[in-house]
Design a protein around this ligand. Structure first.
Ligand code: PLP
Length: 398
């Protein structure tokens, strides 16, 4: 048994959220209604967007955005190989093809240079994914989209709250998709939100999130509502419930404080790990602010006689939970079988994948837990550090 157990993630929810949910239950209205509209309004204000559309998952947010952007069967959509499958899966819902792009080795975000090379006459959209919360090179992506006629759908599942050149993620592109999944920086258990300044696409997404019906049930069932409705499209059942939105409102009010707590933990990790030459700490680019959804540390494998999986196993044995973000999509059986991707196709993504691991970072981590993670990581790196002479011989430039 290890000295201590530190979970990879623990949601920062408590009495306030429980109280908010019980108020909704007592109100007698269980699905989308006044709490959801309030959550949308406050969320739009928080990120600085004109419209916010609440949905049941981040995946639904991506699907509705791509649909509203007019993506159709046979179109191609650019996205990084280093992401969660939902980013690409939403593209396939529309019969379009996810075109994978290699990553930048410093930020681990999509390489714009590589994206340019993969544009064809079929390319219709690009999905930048702000990995771990650090915004992508949005100015370069907007320029690429402008010259190539692409729509931009940001996957901001990790990026609440994040900033790029003084602007909060959520107000930068035509579509920004957030996730409120259990491990995210704002959670409603499951949930998502799309923000946009385009009133026309906002209307389309509101229509499509609830069966293509022009008026939602709350408006029909309240006292002065009418039973009549019209089905304008074959839409989806993607709405968020009022009790989830009630949790979301409480979480939104704590969003900045929770970010500060994560930033503080990241600062502690980086200060401690920068003294260890077998570890590479995350680089936050000077013109951006990350949400610190994840703390991704990389191993200098040439200085260690253990691989990433062995390193994680050692941490787990000592009671430190960790994870990997992400297994590149081109290494997954589905993307190989159906879309023809092969190992070796994205060398930078593979190299970073082989050496990265994500450490616990969440508000509510105790001093003792933070110190324990630091100690176990440093002890593991020291234990498996190859002798300096051997490293110098193997790699004279190191
Ligand atoms: C990068 C990324 N995109 C999209 C999603 C999908 O979000 P959800 O789980 O809310 O559907 C996730 C969720 O884990 C994610 O990490």
């Amino acid at each position: 048994m290890s000295e201590m157990q530190v979970q990879f993630h623990r949601a920062h929810v408590g009495e306030e959220e429980a109280q908010a949910v019980s108020e909704v239950i007592r109100s007698g209205w269980m699905t989308m209604g006044p709490k959801t509209f309030e959550f949308e309004k406050e969320f739009a204000e928080y990120v600085g967007a004109q419209h916010a559309i609440a949905v049941c998952t981040g995946t639904a947010a991506l699907h509705l955005s791509l649909e509203a952007a007019g993506i159709r069967a046979g179109d191609e959509v650019l996205l990084p190989t280093t992401t969660f499958t939902a980013t690409a899966e939403a593209v396939t819902y529309l019969g379009a093809r996810p075109v994978l792009v290699d990553i930048d080795p410093v930020s681990m975000n999509m390489s714009v240079e590589d994206a340019v090379k993969r544009i064809t006459t079929k390319t219709k959209a690009i999905i930048p994914v702000h990995l771990a919360g650090q915004p992508c090179d949005m100015d370069e992506i907007h320029e690429l989209a402008r010259v190539s006629g692409l729509r931009i759908v940001e996957d901001a599942a990790h990026a609440l709250p994040s900033e790029y050149r003084g602007r909060r993620v959520g107000q930068i592109s035509e579509f920004t998709c957030f996730s409120f999944y259990a491990t995210k920086t704002l959670t409603t258990g499951e949930g998502g939100m799309i923000t946009t300044d385009n009133a026309e696409v906002a209307d389309r997404m509101r229509l499509m999130r609830l069966h293509g019906i022009e008026r939602d049930a709350w408006k029909r069932y309240r006292g002065d509502g009418s039973w009549f409705y019209e089905v304008l499209e074959a839409g989806f059942k993607y709405n968020l419930t009022d009790f989830q939105s009630a949790i979301g409102l409480v979480q939104l009010a704590k969003c900045d404080v929770m970010r500060q707590a994560r930033e503080c933990i990241a600062g502690r990790y980086s200060a401690a790990f920068s003294s260890c030459d077998a570890l590479i700490i995350p680089t936050v680019l000077p013109d951006r602010k990350t949400s610190w959804h994840l703390y991704v540390v990389r191993l200098r494998l040439e200085r260690l006689n253990i691989d990433r999986n062995g390193f994680i196993r050692t941490l787990h044995r000592r009671g430190v939970g960790c994870s990997v973000h992400f297994i590149p999509l081109h290494l997954q059986p589905y993307y190989q079988r159906v879309h023809g991707y092969q190992p070796g196709a994205f060398p930078r993504a593979e190299k970073e994948y082989d050496s990265c691991l994500s450490l616990p970072i969440y508000p509510g981590m105790t001093e003792a837990e933070i110190n324990y993670v630091v100690r176990v990581v440093l002890e593991t790196a020291a234990e498996f550090r190859v002798a300096h002479a051997v490293v110098a011989h193997a790699n004279p430039s190191a």
